[in-house]
Write a new protein. Sequence first.
Length: 276
Amino acid sequence: MYSEYSTVNSEHFDFKILFFGREQTKANYAFSGNNTRDQYVLHLVLKGSGVFTSAGKKFTKLKAGDLFLLPRSVPCFYQADATDPWEYLWIGFSSTNFENILVNSKLYPDFYLKNIENSKFSQELLAFYDRLHQMPTLPEQLQLQSDFLALLSTFLKEYPANKAVSQSTASRTFVQAKECLEKTYTTGINISAICAQLHLSRSHLYTLFKRYLSQTPQQYLTDLRITHAKKLLIETTDPIDSISSQVGYKDAFTFSKAFKRKTAYSPLAYRKSYHK
């Protein structure tokens, strides 16, 4: 007589495809909506070029065959080239634990990959995008969910992180702290409050951010606020004191000092440089 019982140590992943599309943009086109999102949006550049940045990082030029991700709750900015504006497709999806996949891939922490046009993942992504145009029956909807998981599996196999981030307590704590900053930076929250909320010492939080982002928690918090402020300065006529409040500073003086320290411009000078 033979009997067997085993448990499977696997993580549950939930995904829901929310929207998809394709666009040939105009010269200098920049998305004018909210630059932080409640979902993830994956973009594959098909033609042309443009620039992309996220959370205070340097702008990088992307072209046909490159991939970029708009992560949940992370400020991003992207703009088409003036002479060769890009065409791209996008797929938007929600997930409660995609971050665990993201931190184990080369998409993290810059949120873009270059020269993937000849990859298996790129071919599967194009095929998956085509299947999204069909009106699926219930079995086909289940198949789409399965296909999306298979697509992510291909992605992780082709583009694993240079140093695999183990799903340890440390990495999970870091992800939790990072997401907390991304969701609350506009409220004026500070690092001490984050530590208290997550029951962490400042030194432990500092070690985690230096390990995974090569930044201190305060540097990352400042980057989030300054990136958001740049967008508001360019795209709105809101006064400086209003913008300082919207991105989480207690007053315009503190905001202006931080902005100039980061960009070498005062907020007003930065705005004028874009509206000559």
